[in-house]
Design a protein around this ligand. Structure first.
Ligand SMILES: NC(=O)CC[C@H](N)C(=O)O
Length: 215
């Protein structure tokens, strides 16, 4: 923290500057994980704040509320423009719904930001199994399985040709996808202590930042 030269316990933020959409949901957990990985993580609620970040996380929460708030705050169009312009974005759970080109089972009038060439079904695991945990094999993140926590989670119902599957639950349904610098998971790595998804995302942000320096 600035002005804390004598402090013994602060971790220096070395960047990149990454935003977490902080309209609703568990944005604080994402900020903490990103800061723990050395990123300069900041909440984003206004278009001016969005302009200053090199990547963005859209947290879990309730996608229909996030949709309404993003429109009410004048953020929906700047977010769409940023995604179209290549901003790396990682969406977890409700954030994945926000990133999907198509929402299945949204509330009346619910819009997504889009970007990911997928159709995502909200609350896909049904009311009997609102929440569950399982281990996922994700070779891109290493040999150790990823312990995944699902909370009223969406499922990726169809994957377009521009998107790639990263993980499936044991019955074969898709729960993690990527498409260039866009990343989406049905589950919540920000609450398990396993930081590999956030590290994987930060690597995308850093690579893009490095590439932009030579433009
Ligand atoms: N944990 C979550 O983010 C749940 C997502 C929520 N069911 C939605 O539709 O947005």
């Amino acid at each position: 923290m600035a002005g804390n030269a004598g402090g013994a316990t602060t971790t220096a933020s070395t960047g990149p500057r990454v935003g977490v959409l902080a309209l609703q949901g568990d944005f604080r957990e994402h900020l903490a994980v990103l800061r723990g990985l050395g990123a300069d993580a900041v909440p984003v609620r206004r278009p001016e704040e969005l302009e200053q970040v090199a990547g963005l996380v859209i947290p879990g929460g309730e996608s229909s509320v996030m949709d309404k708030l993003s429109r009410a705050f004048g953020l929906a169009e700047p977010l769409r423009a940023a995604i179209a312009g290549g901003l790396p974005v990682y969406g977890t759970c409700a954030g994945l719904i926000m990133l999907a080109d198509t929402i299945v089972d949204g509330i009346a009038g619910q819009q997504s930001l889009g970007g990911l060439d997928v159709a995502v079904r909200r609350n896909a695991f049904g009311s009997q199994v609102d929440s569950f945990e399982t281990d996922l094999d994700i070779p891109q993140l290493g040999e150790e399985p990823v312990h995944a926590v699902f909370i009223r989670a969406p499922i990726v119902e169809s994957v377009g040709e521009r998107a790639t599957v990263l993980a499936r639950v044991p019955d074969g349904r898709v729960v993690a996808v990527e498409q260039g610098d866009l990343l989406g998971t049905s589950f919540h790595p920000e609450i398990t202590g396993d930081t590999r998804f956030h590290a994987y995302f930060l690597a995308k942000v850093r690579a893009r930042e490095a590439a932009m320096q030579y433009l």
